[in-house]
Design a protein around this ligand. Structure first.
Ligand SMILES: *Cc1c(COP(=O)(O)O)cnc(C)c1O
Length: 373
């Protein structure tokens, strides 16, 4: 079979298995409940214009035109990293091109030849790719079951130099959260544990200053690698880790997706810096977002009997694929851009809608959403 025919046959197989993916465009005028603009910054023209008005010097450049290690170590990158380290109270911070770069590169750079990795079963694909790339021994613990993670530590921790425990703070499909206090307890009980927490959906949304769930739980100082992304609530692009100096220097020396890629554009780094500085004042947005989230979660609990969300991502589990598709269409016809999520993205028989709320949703639209539900 020739190359093109093989591709067409493989695509047909994806279609038959209901796994075919397509690029689509959000229709104009719909309330977007499928994006990650949690604070509603994307279409805030005033905020954007304030940013542009104060933008000056090299921060106006649209490209770094080089990797960080060559000539791309621009002032905006240095300023952003020192702001992050200061805000989180860590020794150091390092910025990456994306969360995908961060998660695929950090573990391969840090894992030694006597390291073990324990990973939540529902961790994001980028974390899984990073874990696989290490070649290290790893086990997956049941989702959000830290007692299960602990049982692996009891059995194996003593046989390894260090055990990386890798999880997320807010999980993207169910909107449920890790008990970060219980997580750091693992490290207190097993001193060779290294904690790695991905806060992609937590940064911006949780905590007094909008720095994430770990700061809300008051345990961020005990997490060795706290990763956050800029492309979601912060409405920018890129990602960061806050960590010790030793970790940062190791990453600068060994992390391939940091070394072998062009640094982020200065204008983007400056925008991220601007948004992070403004985060403490975005309290009203967070309050609005989380108030809607708890009302929606409660409404879904009343309707279906269960909803595990404790965040701004709220699943509405329906069951069959057909019913989920029909229900999504009902919301779309009412002007809400909600998508059905089906197996294999979620377990068989748990097809669902996923409401990804945004502070940009008005009270009036939200009441309408509850009515449609
Ligand atoms: C979105 C996401 C990423 C990837 O971040 P990008 O900056 O979009 O590459 C990583 N981890 C989690 C948990 C995510 O949800």
């Amino acid at each position: 079979m020739n190359f093109k025919d093989r591709l067409i046959q493989d695509l047909d197989a994806l279609r038959c298995n209901g796994m075919y993916r397509q690029l689509s465009v959000v229709p104009d005028g719909m309330v977007n409940l499928s994006g990650n603009d949690y604070l509603g910054l994307l279409e805030d023209d005033a905020l954007r214009e304030t940013f542009y008005a104060q933008l000056s010097g090299s921060d106006r450049l649209l490209s770094a035109a080089s990797s960080r290690l060559l000539t791309g170590n621009v002032p905006a990158a240095i300023a952003l990293e020192s702001l992050l380290a200061e805000r989180y109270g860590t020794e150091a911070a390092l910025v990456f091109g994306s969360g995908y770069h961060a998660n695929t590169g950090i573990l391969p750079a840090l894992v030694g030849n006597k390291s073990l990795i324990l990973s939540d079963r529902l961790n994001h694909a980028s974390l899984i790719d990073g874990i696989r790339a290490t070649g290290a021994d790893f086990y997956r613990f049941r989702h959000n079951d830290l007692a299960h993670a602990r049982s692996y530590l009891e059995r194996y921790a003593a046989s390894y130099d260090e055990v990386f425990v890798v999880t997320e703070s807010v999980f993207s499909m169910d909107g449920d959260c890790t008990d970060l206090q219980a997580l750091v307890q693992l490290k207190r009980d097993f001193p060779n544990v290294v904690l790695y927490v991905d806060e992609a959906h937590g940064v911006g949304v949780f905590g007094d200053q909008g720095l994430g769930l770990a700061t809300l739980a008051g345990v961020h100082h005990e997490i060795d690698l706290l990763v956050g992304t800029f492309g979601k609530a912060l409405c920018s692009t890129g990602a960061f880790v806050v960590c010790s100096n030793a970790i940062r220097e190791t990453l600068v020396n060994k992390m391939r997706p940091f070394i072998f890629t062009t640094a982020l554009p200065p204008v983007n780094l400056a925008w991220t810096h601007f948004v992070i500085q403004a985060l403490p004042e975005m309290h009203a947005r967070r309050t609005h977002l989380l108030a809607m989230a708890s009302r929606l979660t409660e409404a879904i609990r009343q309707k279906t009997g269960a909803c595990v969300s404790s965040s701004h991502i709220v699943p509405y589990v329906i069951g069959s694929n057909e019913a989920a598709i029909a229900e999504a269409k009902r919301f779309q016809d009412a002007g809400f851009y909600v998508l059905p999520i089906r197996p294999p993205t979620v377990p068989k028989g748990t097809a669902r809608l996923r409401f990804s709320l945004s502070a940009a949703v008005t009270d009036a639209d939200f009441e309408r959403l509850l009515n449609v539900l």
